[in-house]
Design a protein around this ligand. Structure first.
Ligand code: MN
Ligand code: MN
Length: 382
């Protein structure tokens, strides 16, 4: 077998640095080439903007597993948190609610989701790969894996969220006197004799039977239905030279009142252009491929981070950034915002729409470069 050369913290362009005789974690160094050998343009102190779900504690349950990346794992991520969850065939994420809104994208398989809102309207739908849902804060819901099981990403509009502190239906039953339950439901105390007593008396994520077709799970309701899902892959993407972007926000997904998203696909050699967001922080999830993000923090500070599938990235409010595909396959990732609207400002478009003499006076750009500026926004370039 050919021996792979060990990367060293020595920069080719200026020869700065020196070899690392160890101790060292070469696997980590290979995953983070721009941390080991930062480009000469990097400078100063920037908070950590990367945490991998691969380093997040797995909670294993009878019906699947879950892990989370929150402000506890990635301290800069105060505005949003993420959960990656697997439900086995028939596996049920228990009926529950929480203070935070829950935005989701399906990554694998098919799930059945249900909810009831404050007006008494109900919802049940089957969602497959690329489909989204959004349950506003406090709305009770459930998720169940169908024949092949499912995996999905949940994004919450508060970095302090914990998947371990949601309001579970079984938990409430276990902590309410049976006399109160009997009175509430107009039943007798003996009707509650078989409430679960295992596993802290709650279900959380538990094994279940794969349900029948969607039609068999529809509950008729004189108050009507409500929709919390959105089929993102059916949406026509914005296509530019280096790839595509699909944006889901309140303009096309009205249920997502507090969280907006962009699903970005970058071809090999392509790049999410230099831009920033004028409204809020960006929480990222890398779905496929590998890339590098450079972040500009003002005061001469900039740092470059590397990402692979399963990693979480973050961009603090207003910081300039780009994301470059560094692999030989497409790079796909999510840009998430705690905002009803997706908003970005393009460096290129800003310069194209500003008096050219004024731009020239700052940067000494030549005529050809000035002429190449684009008045249209191209989110992904090559
Ligand atoms: Mn939930
Ligand atoms: Mn961005």
């Amino acid at each position: 077998m050919e021996k792979k050369s060990v990367p060293e913290p020595v920069r080719k362009v200026d020869g700065f640095g020196g070899t690392d005789p160890g101790p060292r974690n070469v696997t980590m160094d290979r995953l983070n080439p721009d941390i080991l050998v930062p480009p000469v343009t990097d400078r100063g102190t920037i908070p950590n903007l990367k945490f991998s779900f691969g380093m997040a504690h797995m909670r294993l349950q009878s019906g699947g597993w879950t892990r989370q990346v929150t402000v506890r794992e990635l301290p800069v991520s105060k505005s949003m948190a993420g959960v990656n969850m697997r439900l086995n065939p028939g596996g049920i994420r228990e009926l529950h609610w929480h203070k935070e809104a829950e935005w989701a994208i399906m990554l694998d398989g098919v799930a059945r989701i249900s909810a009831v809102d404050q007006e008494g309207r109900n919802f049940v739908d089957d969602v497959g790969v690329g489909d989204l849902w959004n349950f506003p804060s406090g709305i009770p819901h459930s998720i169940q894996g169908l024949e092949e099981g499912c995996e999905f990403l949940l994004v919450f509009d508060d970095g302090g969220f914990s998947e371990d502190s949601t309001f579970l239906i079984s938990d409430w039953f276990a902590h309410t006197p049976k006399s109160v339950l009997a009175k509430n439901f107009g039943a007798s105390e003996s009707d509650f004799a078989d409430l679960p007593t295992d596993l802290d008396r709650t279900r959380y994520i538990f094994a279940g039977k794969v349900p029948g077709p969607l039609s068999s799970d529809r509950v008729s309701n004189p108050l009507g239905q409500v929709s919390f899902s959105h089929h993102l892959t059916r949406q026509q993407p914005i296509k530019t030279s280096g790839g595509t972007v699909r944006i889901a926000d309140t303009t096309n997904f009205p249920a997502a009142t507090t969280i907006s998203a962009g699903l970005v696909e970058i071809e090999p050699g392509g790049m999410r252009e230099l831009h920033w967001h004028p409204n809020t922080d960006e929480w990222q999830y890398y779905i496929e491929g590998s890339g590098r993000m450079g972040v500009f923090a003002s005061e001469g500070n900039a740092r470059t981070f590397d990402y692979q599938a399963g990693d979480v990235g973050y961009v603090p409010f207003a910081m300039g950034h780009y994301v470059e595909n560094t692999g030989k396959t497409p790079l796909r990732f999510l840009e998430m915002f705690k905002s009803p609207r997706f908003q970005d400002v393009s460096l290129n478009q800003w310069m194209a729409l500003t008096p050219p003499e004024l731009v020239q006076a700052h940067l000494n750009l030549n005529k050809a470069m000035m002429g190449a500026l684009r008045k249209q926004k191209w989110p992904v370039v090559k």
